[in-house]
Write a protein that binds this ligand. Sequence first.
Ligand code: GDP
Ligand code: IMO
Ligand code: MG
Length: 430
Amino acid sequence: MANVAVVGAQWGDEGKGKIVDWLSSRADVVVRFQGGHNAGHTLVINGVTYKLSLLPSGVVRPNKLSIIGNGVVFDPWAFIREVTAIKSQGVDVSPATLQVAENVPLILPVHSALDKAREEARGAGKIGTTGRGIGPAYEDKVARRAIRLCDLGDEAVLKEKVDALLAHHNLLLRGLGAAEMKPADLLDPLREITPQVLPYASVVWKTLDELRRAGKRILFEGAQGSMLDIDHGTYPYVTSSNTVAGNAAAGSGMGPRAVGYVLGICKAYTTRVGSGPFPTELFDDIGELIGQRGKEFGVVTGRKRRCGWFDAVMVRQAIKTGGIDGIAMTKLDVLDGFDEIKVCVGYRLDGQELDYLPANAAAQARVEPIYETFEGWKDSTQGARSWAELPAQAVKYVRHVEELIQAPVALLSTSPERDDTILMNDPFQD
Ligand code: GDP
Ligand code: IMO
Ligand code: MG
């Protein structure tokens, strides 16, 4: 019985939360392994909407364990806010059901301040980050000066680390013309939040090892998507972590064989929020219509998402670079009623045809999509729960996409509701 990793195969917001929630009925534990509260995952269960950023999407199911792995960047204040909010929706969350890796690096207020100041300084060249401090927190991790959850329990170590951290950050703040920070500016709020977050700290690699050896099923939940991956995405318009399933093991403290089936999530079209290249972006009424019908506004920042046709070249590339075994295609219903639907099957660059997205940022911005045009369908797919309910043209569309991306569609989603999902091939049984 394979464990399953769920990852985005586009630029994020593919519907990972919905699919992880749906799949979590088959799993014992759900683990987040990268990213932070830049993520926004939406679950709709019997008409009730849950919005999660840092908490694994399995948290709403009773009797499942949720884990935040070491590969995440962890904002303790955002964590407590989210735990409080989800509890107020009637969800039971406690250290018995939710564990956070004791070696997770913290996002501090100085990180979000730096994130925002840098974006402002970039002006028109801004990345369009979520402003949550994700990039600066990962920088401190890699530079070996991060404060980690376990440090909160050791006052002497914490003080020393805050001093070292500020020696670096005050240089940056001075350079940006911003006010410098005193150790107490960090230590006081950290001391205040410590009793609330420390009870969740745990040796999660041990927990996961024990669960694995007991034959329990693990579901790894990715955030963002392949094209936002720090190596494989549209660099520098990316997030600051590896979003591909290759990071699921390292980001949770397990070996690569712990990850079995890799399920990539993609929409039946494409969206992107923030700046950066987007070859199939639509600037016309069709793009507007997709955005309206798909309710394409960000969960975290409320920003309007850019919309375009499905890019089979990009998703195929995500499948190859991320080792994706099968796809869950979401939002097929948003394409209902279009006369024709286009799919990008190649790029044109300087008179040459390409079957992949080149790494060079200037080239990525210049590639022109080569489209195949499909006849649309008039009947509704919305809420369909079986393959037989789908119009013939919709089935044709999905089958052709499978050929283009060279991977099977294992799941299809036809509305935001948990159970409006068609299972073709159970990832846990594969
Ligand atoms: P995530 O970040 O990948 O978890 O995705 P988000 O939650 O940010 O964005 C996906 C949005 O699409 C959410 O509002 C979901 O409720 C919604 N959604 C998911 N699947 C479907 C679907 O099949 N059809 C429609 N119409 N909406 C969906
Ligand atoms: P989920 O998990 C869509 C984008 C931001 C920006 C870039 C860098 O909901 O799919 P960051 O704050 O990470 O430094 O921003 O990445 N971004 C996302 N876009 N979905 C997300 O998460 C995203 N998380 C970050 O818009 O372009
Ligand atoms: Mg999202």
